[in-house]
Design a protein around this ligand. Structure first.
Ligand SMILES: [Fe+2]
Ligand SMILES: [Fe+2]
Length: 281
């Protein structure tokens, strides 16, 4: 039987049921003490509960077509990990909105309508292609988060770093599950690539809607300096989007596979840091 899973043998996709106490951090600008940068990640968090539900649904739809027991078990691991992420980000988002006066219904309502429209108009195969594309985006963001030279969330409160790094590590572990399912059902390269363009615009738009809403509620929407810093944070030479650009573009190569970027060392580092933090003093 042909192996459908291309996740390396040494990677195990097992959900970690973590709960994070972040309520103190969420009340302040927890990333770099900066309103835009904090709003950027908070707005990303706002997209996760509904977004990850969509990912789970679109992958699960094809579960009966998966014949490789390894990919079957990874698919279950994927759903379990995304399930815990959803739960933690739901809590994150509710606390954030109640502490800072953001409108959760407005922010999630918009996304919920878009997802409902997508589910109605797109074929299951297109939904899966979108999921694989979003998973590529989260995987390369995860790589930047756990990067050993300059871990992204070293600029954040330690409690927030713990949550985001946990999420990043699991995104990295399951980065090729949706992709392998897409390949297993015969998904073609053209649809796969165009899904990444769509996913990128959808996510960018959604996050920016969130950022504008949050800065407006914070009374900081029209401060030029905040937007200038935000621009540099995203697009300058050291900016996060500039940094992930080369790995982002890899997806458009024929024959691309997420594990062609072997990120095991970053995972090992994160795992080692976990056990250090629970060792007795
Ligand atoms: Fe996730
Ligand atoms: Fe994911």
């Amino acid at each position: 039987m042909e192996l459908q899973s291309k996740t390396p043998e040494y990677i195990s996709i097992s959900p970690r049921d973590r709960s994070h106490d972040i309520s103190e951090s969420l009340g302040r600008d927890w990333f770099d003490n900066h309103p835009f940068k904090t709003a950027w990640f908070n707005a990303m968090s706002l997209t996760f509960p509904l977004g990850e539900k969509f990912f789970i649904d679109s992958v699960r739809h094809y579960a009966p077509r998966i014949t490789d027991p390894k990919l079957q078990s990874e698919l279950r691991g994927f759903c379990g990990q995304e399930g815990f992420h959803r739960r933690e980000h739901e809590r994150y988002n509710e606390t954030l909105c109640s502490l800072r006066g953001y409108d959760l219904d407005y922010l999630e309502g918009r996304l919920a309508r878009n997802i409902a429209r997508g589910k109605k108009l797109l074929r299951p195969r297109q939904q899966l292609a979108l999921t694989a594309a979003f998973e590529h985006i989260t995987a390369i963001m995860a790589e930047a988060a756990l990067n050993s030279d300059e871990p992204m969330f070293n600029h954040g409160d330690p409690a927030m770093k713990a949550l985001w790094d946990w999420h990043a590590a699991e995104e990295m572990e399951h980065k090729s599950v949706a992709f392998d399912v897409y390949r297993a059902i015969g998904g073609n390269e053209k649809m796969r690539k165009s899904a990444l363009r769509q996913a990128s615009w959808l996510l960018l738009l959604d996050v920016m809607v969130g950022v504008v809403h949050m800065l407006r509620r914070d009374g900081k929407l029209w401060r030029f300096g905040i937007w200038r810093d935000g621009w540099n944070f995203l697009f300058s030479r050291e900016g996060i989007l500039r940094r992930i650009w080369p790995s982002y573009r890899d997806y458009f190569r024929d024959g691309f596979h997420p594990w062609q970027r072997d990120t095991q060392a970053l995972l090992e580092q994160w795992t080692a840091a976990q056990s250090e933090s629970v060792l007795p003093a």
